[in-house]
Write a protein that binds this ligand. Sequence first.
Ligand code: XIL
Length: 557
Amino acid sequence: MRRKLLAAAICATLSALGLVALSTTATADPLRSHAGSRFIGYALNLTAQGSDASYRTVGAREFNIVTAENAMKFDATEPNQNQFTFGQADQVVAAAQANNQQIHGHTLVWHSQTPGWIQGLGATQMRAAMQNHINTVVGRYANSVRSWDVVNEAFNEDGSFRQSFWFNTLGQSYIADAFRFARAADPDAELCINDFNTDGMGAKSNGLFNLVQSLVQQGVPINCVGFQGHLAIQFSFPNQVQQNFQRFANLGLNVKITELDVRMQNPRDATKDNTQATYYRNMVNACLAVTRCNQITIWGFTDRYSWVPETFPSECCALLYDQNYSPKPAYTAVHDALGGNEPVPPDPTPPTTPGTPAASNVTSNSANLTWAASTDTGGSGLAGYNIYRRQGTTDTLLSQSTTNSTTLTGLTPSTQYVVVVRARDGAGNLSPTSATATFTTLAGPVTGTCQVAYTATNWGGGGGFTGGVTITNTGTAAINGWTLAFSFPAGQRVSQGWSATWNQPQGSANVTATPLSWNTTIPPSSSVQIGFNGSFTGSSNPEPTAFTINNTACTVV
Ligand code: XIL
């Protein structure tokens, strides 16, 4: 006992002199021991990891998940096309695994820290390069990275899409494509979209919400939404963070705080430290209040290594420990919020069985389903429904719905579907399975030997856009003379086109394009590219989903 006290006294004295880092020698009660079923993490700075033993000690002791601050970004992993450099990313993975920590991957598709070579490519090559990048990086870490920021910072502050090179070249479909490519490379990883200034309710988080909701409805493989949480005490705390997190959770997605830090203007003082602690506590509490919020990651942990002073020159001190590894009020706030959190009350009771679904409006590729709602009495509340296709003894998830009806899309023509529904509650309990509904989709159009790629590039505001259509002859015989037909889903209009004769009757969504003399013939394996300027109303410009050439459906890529 005497020895311990003496050691502590010496340690404290040395620490006050800045000679030893007190908290790196203490073994108290680290954050990770209070994480429960959640993850509590930090962004790992590889330079610090390599040179600073105190950094290594605290990082390993306090956290149970690691994000590479820079090492997994595009410029670090594929600086030249198809030349992959995984040295730094591998070091992060090795460090995390040595400390029994999980890994959150950051990030695959972003406008920043992405090499120039991909930014100048045309649409077809850019999409292929994106696919190759995602496939290679996600594939390499499929057994070690548990979750990925697939798309980072896709929004402007007003909730419109950021006019990044990705968006400008590929249109908004780059987002869904990125998720599909990531899912193909790793069937198990949690796949997130991530952004900043989306923590509270507002125009930007509304834009994100609308996108995420439509991705879920389309069956795009997205599992989580990351809220960066780069806050500053000179700005007010974001609005209704918990409610904002909850609306995303209600879509059936997990929620994560991915890059939390709370900066202040120089110089640091005790009052600012306390305000900062309150911001940290509020963020942690917002996450803890949402059952599906399963990760809180801080963007570093010591003010010795932080992106803040470089990025915001008059600001500092955004993290939990000071430069000498002494815990600040912010550390105590996070620690106590985690520790003081009552465990989520157990809810072993699943919801009641949903009613037998009824199918209506069956087309060649879609059908509506409605069923009598379930109730949940276990305390966590009804969260939604899973809709499955039954084939023999296997039920495969087709879609999820937060209400007692859904529209199934992407079905196969002329096919019998047997479907069942199960309700979910907030604790993840599934109800018994409903009785079956059986319906058969109508015959679909015959798919011919054409392939269509459509792009839409919105102009900066004003509802104008440039549309492009690439028609490829995928058959073995030449196409001599063609009529392309499609219909706009949201009232868009063609105003003027090129490389074809464009026609869109007044008041109609249907568009046709016929060739000019020089592109009447499309030889096998060849393409023609045609385009137009058009207009859309409101904030979204969804793409047509079906195209025909000479009345025969084309594959859409
Ligand atoms: C930052 C890193 O912390 C810096 O080291 C780097 O110079 C720039 O990027 N949002 C993100 C992170 O998604 O990747 C950024 O990280 C911080 C803002």
